[in-house]
Structures are given as structure tokens and as C-alpha cells.
Ligand binder design. Structure first.
Ligand code: 5AD
Ligand code: SF4
Length: 448
């Protein structure tokens, strides 16, 4: 048999949805006998899986394309492909055509499953091959997936978004909301469990509206009950939840189902009702805080994390103060904080009252300080507790330590045996930092 000895390297930008798409691309390439290369200069095929949620992510891609040009000059047989959210925008594809003529293949988010055929076609022709679909007619099922970890896996439950938050490009690049059939999701999770997966993260832009395109025969809470019944799966996570659609029924499901982790990522984006309205978020600070209160009383010890945008058009110091007071009222365990970034094609990009950069930066720094202080205080509160930790691997900073995550999604480093990787073990927390915890595992001495 003649083996194809070609190597690929995928660079992924952006969210978990993109990371999971890259896992699918890697699996398609494995089926084509490609091997994964650690370094760009070892690869015969480089794929950039792009993100366009904020301008920074786009700038990174253009920066990396400069580097690709040199690699192409050194190795004219190198195939360079670009995919992901950026490619769903016409002006980006036009810019690639004009300014980066050495790119071989461009495809989008809706035709990922067409990649093997597109690759073969791109290899056999000169110049750039572009195939970007505006919509995905049907969800492509049964794509292979090359999982990064055995113990934990991402599972798409839905695609696209119908919310049209006024700052966000995602509804334009990922298209309309579409839910996968529950049977297909369960089949995938049963297979994962059979291969040793203990934790699944259900992915969707707004998991709380799961099922709407299926004639409402099953909603997200129902889906959680179904997945909870899969033997072998010990932890269920999900992201992202839109606060407007976060129902009492879902809260009950989270409280009742032991395998659903006591962590909720609930992006608030802003604390001022006026800004929330301009953002088209469809909830108020009061209804948000009310849901958080109920969650905390129903699920003691739940960790709540969020996304916050600073400097949305028209945001005043008073509006920002509302964000700060909301952040303190919730007492988040962690928050992703973003400077508002103008996205062409979104309603907010047309708003006249853009905030000056220095005001944005000042508020951003204030917010980060508040969030970090709170994160540290929350971490300090759990010192001395013994928590179950899914061991993910060896710590990057200290090869003598293992690293893993608590149910509340906190990162814990502790001494232990390599054989524990992929298992859930108890860890007693001995030290708290802003972004991680240190601990000791009581199993250490017994487990010979
Ligand atoms: N500018 C800044 N942040 C944004 N996000 C989405 N669009 C923008 C934008 N135009 C943030 C939101 C979202 C997260 C994934 O990215 O906080 O929840
Ligand atoms: Fe973007 Fe809003 Fe949809 Fe999230 S819910 S993907 S922020 S439009």
C-alpha cells in the first residue's frame, strides 16, 4: 500500500465552536492519511480557521498570512487553506483574492463537510478555489471528529443564532438557528462514552433555544435529562446560555441532574438597561439579577461566569457604573471582558456615538481589576474544600504537577500520577490564585 506521508497544521482562532470545527477537519485529514505536524514549517497543508467576532482576531489572521507568504516561497507545493467565520464575509474574500494571491483554498462555515473534495480540487488546479455557502440547507451529520482529549469532548447541539444582538457578527456568519435531532446527539454521546469520554460540553450559540427548529418536541432542559441517562458520562457542561431564554425549567433541570456541572456561563454584556436595550439583548439588569439570585438559592455553590463588553456606542460613565455594580452584585467567578469592536454589517457599527478609545481603556482596566478581585475572593472562599477534579494532563508550567478542572470549571494544579489523566479524582484546595487553584490529592499515598 502506498502511504500518503503528508502533514497538516491547523491554526484555530476564536471560540469553542471553531475549535470543534478544527477537530472535524483534523479527522477528515486523518482519513486522508495526513499526519498532524506540530510546526508550520513541517506542514504540506496549513489551514487557518478564522474568527471575526472582534477586529483583533481578524488582524491576527492577516498578520499570520504575511508569515504564510514566506513559507509558500520556501515550499511552493504547500497548500494554504482559510476557512471559518471571516470567510462568510464577501469583503474578506475579496481582500484575500487581491492582497494574498498565494492562498489556495477558501471555504466557509456552512460547507465544512465538503472540505476533502475541495482540498483535492485545490491541489489539482492553479490559483485560488473559493466555495462559500450563504446557508446550510441541512445539518451535515456523521462527520468524523478527531478529539483533542479522550476524557472530555465537545458536542454540537445546534448551529447559528437568531438573536441579532446589535454588536454581533455571528448571526451573519453562522446563519440561522438550527438544532440537531436529539437522536443524533444521543447517538454521538453514547459513542463517546463507549470510547471513554466522561465529560461532554454541549455547544451552541444559544443553547437555551435548542429545539425551536424541531417543532418544540424537545427543549434544552429535556435534552439534558436525555443526556443525563447516558451511562459512563459523568459531567455535562454547556455553552452559551442567553439570559433572556434561561427558563425556570432549565434551572430545575440543572438543580435536579447530578451530572450537570454547577457552573453557568451567562453572558450579561452590560449592566445598564439603556445599553442592554441598544444591544438588543431582550432582558433588563433586574431580570438578569433575579435569575442569578434564584440560581444561587437553588444550586448552592454554583459558579457563574460571564462576558462583558466595554465601550458600546453611547456608553456613558454612568452606564459603565451600572456594569460595575452589576458585576459586584453577581460576584462572578470569572469574566471575559472585551473592548467593543466595530463589526461592519451590524447595526451598532452604524451608531454615531462611538466611545473614545481612552474612555474605553480606562473603563476596561477598572472592570478587569474588579473582576480579578472578585475571582480571587471566590477562589479563596473554597480553600480547604475537597472537590472532584477531572484530570486533563500535565501542567504546562510545572511538569511535576497535574492539571484539571473542578465542576465549577476552575483550574487546579496538584501533584499526582500520570495514570490519573482522564479520571475524576478528589483534590483538597490548599492555595487560591486569581485564575487557578493549588491542591493536594488525598489519593496520592494510597494509590500504589
Ligand atoms: N465587540 C466586542 N465584543 C464582542 N463580542 C461579540 N461581538 C463583539 C463586538 N463587536 C463578545 C460578546 C460575546 C463574546 C463571544 O464576544 O461578549 O458574548
Ligand atoms: Fe452574537 Fe447575541 Fe447570537 Fe451571542 S446571542 S452569538 S452575542 S447575536
Amino acid at each position: 500500500m502506498i502511504m500518503n506521508e503528508k502533514c497538516f497544521h491547523i491554526k484555530t482562532y476564536g471560540c469553542q465552536m471553531n475549535e470543534h470545527d478544527s477537530e472535524k477537519l483534523a479527522a477528515m485529514l486523518a482519513q486522508m492519511n495526513y499526519l498532524e505536524a506540530d510546526r508550520l514549517d513541517q506542514a504540506d497543508l496549513i489551514i487557518l480557521n478564522t474568527c471575526c467576532v472582534r477586529e483583533n482576531a481578524e488582524l491576527k489572521v492577516y498578520g499570520n498570512l504575511g508569515e504564510m507568504k514566506h513559507l509558500k516561497e520556501k515550499n511552493p507545493d504547500l497548500i494554504l487553506a482559510i476557512c471559518g467565520c471571516m470567510m462568510q464575509q464577501n469583503h474578506v474574500v475579496e481582500k484575500i483574492r487581491k492582497s494574498y494571491p498565494f492562498v489556495d483554498l477558501v471555504f466557509g462555515t456552512h460547507n465544512l463537510h465538503r472540505f476533502p473534495e475541495l482540498l483535492v480540487n485545490a491541489q489539482s488546479m492553479e490559483g485560488l478555489l473559493v466555495e462559500v455557502w450563504d446557508n446550510e440547507e441541512e445539518i451535515a451529520e456523521d462527520l468524523p471528529v478527531e478529539r483533542k482529549y479522550v476524557s472530555k469532548a465537545f458536542v454540537n447541539i445546534m448551529y447559528g443564532c437568531n438573536n441579532f444582538c446589535s454588536y454581533c457578527i455571528v448571526p451573519y456568519t453562522r446563519g440561522r438557528e438550527r438544532s440537531r435531532e436529539p437522536e443524533k446527539i444521543l447517538e454521538e454521546i453514547h459513542q463517546l462514552a463507549a470510547q471513554g469520554t466522561v465529560e461532554v460540553t454541549l455547544l451552541g450559540q444559544n443553547v437555551n433555544s435548542y429545539g425551536k427548529t424541531l417543532g418544540e418536541k424537545v427543549d434544552f432542559a429535556d435534552l439534558l435529562y436525555l443526556i443525563h441517562g447516558v451511562p459512563g458520562i459523568q459531567r455535562i457542561r454547556f455553552m452559551t446560555s442567553h439570559p433572556a431564554d434561561f427558563s425556570e425549567k432549565l434551572m430545575e433541570a440543572m438543580a435536579n441532574l447530578k451530572k450537570v456541572c454547577n457552573h453557568l456561563h451567562l453572558p450579561v454584556q452590560a449592566g445598564s438597561n439603556r445599553i442592554l436595550k441598544e444591544m438588543n439583548r431582550k432582558y433588563t439588569r433586574e431580570t438578569y439579577l433575579d435569575k442569578v439570585q434564584k440560581l444561587k438559592s437553588k444550586i448552592p455553590g454554583i459558579a457563574i461566569t460571564t462576558d462583558i463588553i466595554v465601550g458600546f456606542p453611547g456608553e456613558t460613565d454612568e452606564d459603565f457604573e451600572d456594569t460595575l455594580t452589576l458585576v459586584k452584585a453577581v460576584g462572578y467567578d470569572a469574566a471575559f471582558t472585551f473592548l467593543y469592536s466595530v463589526r461592519t454589517g451590524t447595526p451598532a457599527a452604524e451608531m454615531k456615538n462611538q466611545v473614545a478609545d481612552e474612555d474605553k481603556m480606562r473603563r476596561f482596566n477598572q472592570l478587569v481589576a474588579a473582576v480579578n478581585e472578585m475571582g480571587l475572593a471566590n477562589n479563596q472562599r473554597i480553600m480547604g474544600e475537597t472537590l472532584s477534579v477531572l484530570v486533563e494532563g500535565i501542567s504546562k508550567n510545572n511538569p511535576d504537577r497535574l492539571t484539571g478542572r473542578t465542576e465549577t470549571h476552575k483550574l487546579v494544579n496538584f501533584a499526582g500520577k500520570k495514570e490519573w489523566i482522564g479520571r475524576i479524582v478528589p483534590v483538597t484546595i490548599t492555595d487560591a490564585k486569581t485564575f487557578s487553584l493549588l491542591g493536594v490529592c488525598p489519593l496520592e499515598d494510597d494509590d500504589v
